[in-house]
Design a protein around this ligand. Structure first.
Ligand code: SAM
Ligand code: SF4
Ligand code: SF4
Length: 353
C-alpha cells in the first residue's frame, strides 16, 4: 500500500511493544543502503538482467543518512532492538561509518550488524568497528575458486573475501556469521569442504535454502537442497545436536558439533518456514518499508519524510503498517501463490536478505 492510496490517516498511540495482526512483535529492521552491487550472484542479480545499462537508483532517490536515522529512531521507539545494514552491497557506500555512528547511538538498539559479500571489507573493518558496528555476516557460497567465481557472477575474488573475514575478526566484529546459499547442482558438492574449513574457527556457518525471492533468478524447486538433507549429510560426518534459539524469532535453527568444534545454522525458509516468529521489517534504499521478503507492495516513507512528516507522524505510520501486517508468504507458499506473485515481488537486492 502506498501512502497515496491510503484513504485516511488513523492516528495510533505507539504501544511499548507493537504487535502485528498475527501477534508478532517488531524487533528487527533491515536497512538496504543501496541497490547496486559489485557482484552478480545468479540467484540474486543475474548479469543478463543487471547489465551495464540497468538503471539503479540515483543518489537523490536514495534516503539520506539523516532520513535513515529518522526512520530507525522511530522504529526503535516501537520495539526494534536489532538493526542490520544490507543492500545491494552496503560497503559500496564509502561513508558508511558515519551512518554507523548515528545508528549505534540510538536508544534501544543493542545489536547493529552488517551483511556483506566481503570483497571491500578488509580496509574498512576496523573503521566500522570503531564507529560502533557490532558484527558482520559475510556471504560466501563456496571455497572452490571456480564455483565461487560462478556464484559471484565472475566478479568475486575469494582471497579478498577471506582477507575481509580475517580483518573483521581482528576488529572484533564477531561472532562472524558466514551465509551460504546452497543451490543443487551448483555449490552443494562444496558445502562439506566449507564446513570443514570453518570448524573450530569460532565463525558460524549458516546454510540457506535457495529462495524464490524476486522475479529474475529463474528459481525452481528442484534447485533447493532441503536443510534436512544437508543436516543428515553433516551429521554422518560430524555428529551434531540441536541447541536453543538465541532469541524468539531467530531464523536459523542452531546446531553444535558434538566434538566441540562450533556452531552451524540452517535457514530453511522454503521447506520449514518460520513466519510465525518473523519480527522483521525492511527498508529499501529509496525509503519504502516492506513487511515481508516476498512482498509486492510497501509504504513510501521517503515521500512522507520529504513532505515534512514529524516524528509523531512517522510513528503513527509505522505503527499502523505493523498493526495491519499479516504476511506469511513462506507458510502459504504453493505453485498457485508463486504464480500469482510472479513478476510482482520486490527484488532481494532492493530490500536485502
Ligand atoms: N550483498 C550483500 C551480501 O551478499 O551479503 C548483502 C545483500 S544480499 C541480498 C543478503 C543475503 O541474501 C546474502 O547472504 C545472499 O546470499 C542472500 N540471498 C540473495 N538471494 C538469495 C536467494 N535467492 N535465496 C537465498 N538467499 C539469497
Ligand atoms: Fe550482490 Fe549480495 Fe545479491 Fe550477491 S547476494 S548479487 S553480493 S546483493
Ligand atoms: Fe517473514 Fe515473509 Fe519470510 Fe514469512 S515469508 S518469514 S513473513 S519475511
Amino acid at each position: 500500500m502506498s501512502l497515496k492510496s491510503t484513504p485516511k490517516r488513523i492516528p495510533v498511540t505507539a504501544p511499548v511493544e507493537t504487535r502485528d495482526a498475527l501477534g508478532r512483535p517488531l524487533h528487527d529492521l533491515r536497512i538496504s543502503l543501496l541497490d547496486q552491487c559489485n557482484f552478480r550472484c545468479p540467484y540474486c542479480m543475474p548479469e543478463a538482467e543487471f547489465h551495464a545499462d540497468y538503471e539503479f537508483l540515483r543518489k537523490q532517490q536514495r534516503l539520506t543518512y539523516d532520513e535513515i536515522l529518522r526512520v530507525a529512531r522511530v522504529a526503535a521507539g516501537l520495539g526494534v532492538s536489532k538493526i542490520r545494514l544490507t543492500g545491494g552491497e552496503p560497503l559500496l557506500d564509502r561513508n558508511l561509518a558515519d551512518l554507523v555512528v548515528g545508528l549505534a547511538s540510538l536508544p534501544g538498539v543493542d545489536d547493529l550488524a552488517l551483511t556483506t559479500n566481503g570483497m571491500l571489507l578488509a580496509p574498512l573493518a576496523e573503521k566500522l568497528a570503531e564507529a560502533g558496528l557490532h558484527r558482520v555476516t559475510i556471504s560466501l557460497d563456496s571455497l572452490d575458486e571456480d564455483v565461487f567465481s560462478v556464484m559471484s557472477g565472475g566478479r568475486g575474488d575469494l582471497q579478498r573475501v577471506l582477507a575481509g573475514l580475517d580483518a573483521a575478526e581482528r576488529a572484533g566484529l564477531s561472532p562472524i556469521k558466514i551465509n551460504v546459499v546452497v543451490e543443487r547442482g551448483m555449490n552443494d558438492h562444496t558445502v562439506m569442504d566449507l564446513l570443514d574449513y570453518f570448524r573450530g574457527s569460532g565463525h558460524i556457518v549458516r546454510l540457506i535454502e535457495y529462495m524464490d525471492v524476486g522475479n529474475r533468478n529463474g528459481w525452481r524447486m528442484e534447485q533447493v537442497v532441503p536443510s534436512r538433507e544437508l543436516l543428515q549429510q553433516v551429521g554422518r560426518r560430524w555428529p551434531v545436536r540441536r541447541i536453543d534459539q538465541n532469541y524468539p524469532g531467530e531464523v536459523a535453527r542452531r546446531y553444535e558439533y558434538i566434538d566441540g568444534q562450533g556452531e552451524i545454522g540452517f535457514i530453511s525458509s522454503v521447506t520449514e518456514p518460520f513466519c510465525g516468529g518473523c519480527s522483521r521489517a525492511r527498508l529499501s534504499a529509496d525509503g519504502v518499508l516492506y513487511t515481508c521478503l516476498f512482498a509486492s507492495h510497501g509504504t513510501d516513507l521517503r515521500e512522507a519524510i520529504r513532505n515534512g512528516a514529524d516524528e509523531k507522524e512517522l510513528t503513527d505510520i509505522l505503527s499502523r503498517i505493523w498493526l495491519q501486517r499479516a504476511d506469511r508468504y513462506s507458510e502459504l507458499r504453493s505453485p498457485e501463490l508463486a504464480e500469482a506473485h510472479m513478476q510482482r515481488k520486490v527484488e532481494m537486492y532492493r530490500i536485502g536478505g
